[in-house]
Design a binder for this molecule. Sequence first.
Ligand SMILES: Nc1ncnc2c1ncn2[C@@H]1O[C@H](COP(=O)(O)OP(=O)(O)OP(=O)(O)O)[C@@H](O)[C@H]1O
Ligand SMILES: [Mg+2]
Length: 332
Amino acid sequence: MTTSIAIEVHDLSKRYGSGKGRSVLALDHVTLAIPSATIFGLLGPNGAGKTTLIKVLTGISDITAGTARVAGFDVQTESLQERARVGWVAAEVILDDDFSVWENLWLQAKLQDLRGWEERAAQLLKYFSLSDVRDEKTNHLSTGMRKKLEIALALLHQPEVIFMDEPTIGLDVGTRRMLWDIVTGVRKEFGVTILLTTHYIEEADILCDRVAIIDEGRIVAEGSPAELKARVHADLVELELSDGVDAAALRSIPGVQEVKSIGAGWQIRVASSEEFLPRLFAAIPTDHVRKISVEKPSLETVFLDLTGKRIGAEEPMGDIRKFYAQIRRARG
Ligand SMILES: Nc1ncnc2c1ncn2[C@@H]1O[C@H](COP(=O)(O)OP(=O)(O)OP(=O)(O)O)[C@@H](O)[C@H]1O
Ligand SMILES: [Mg+2]
């Protein structure tokens, strides 16, 4: 069954732990309607509730309150039908390294009790250019190939919706871009709806048709990247000066909307940085400027505007540690 809305979440809340002990409200009244055949990004910082939403939508976690339908089926009352129509690419590595590429496909078919899967599997290997490594053990594959195989496994039973939890976490920039092309290609070739989570601003912006920004379990904004960025009618200028200057002096420059003191400097919201900078340099001796940076509207500034925090995506060391921890967990 195809519906024009592939994923429909209504007033959904998820609480871990009981009311008495320590409990966490991981999802707080989430409502979303995701049209079919979109690439939908759930963007948010660590602990925002992204993985929890995927777990709830794939039936791994139960729902505390509210409803969710995927591919036309209620995840709570029609879970068998629903699960038959969804595929899942986990954040952690799920391949069995002792198995060949083909044996991993065989295992997936067994787990899902699929019949006549061989033809589909061969087509998928061809589509992902993996036919030549069909009999290789998966630990001989490159990271990019392993990711492609994981997506092939998720597509084996011809799902309508695919969930991808942090599909590019820990990958180098080149492999990440290759993955973006693959995700776009998969949507086109197989007509699936893809819900992916990410904390990379650029990934949400470039790859996704629509994005929901999530923070502390709440959806704080939703729309196309262009719509979301259009909400921020301002550039952000961060300024560090060697000599004291008071906020009032900065505020008096025409076009300044807001001045905040941050660390050793100032964060200034301006209508247009192109107009502001010449005025700033006219008002302040240039050799007093130690550091200056300009940030044009981005999904990061949308998040900053809405929550007062940064998503803090570019922490390569943190990512790599998390990535290896996930691998260890998946293997151990
Ligand atoms: N099984 C669990 N039991 C208790 N609390 C949990 C459990 N899983 C997640 N949480 C908590 O729920 C909140 C949301 O976690 P979740 O893993 O969904 O976030 P996330 O957005 O995926 O974060 P990350 O970017 O780190 O993957 C966090 O506060 C987390 O500590
Ligand atoms: Mg997560």
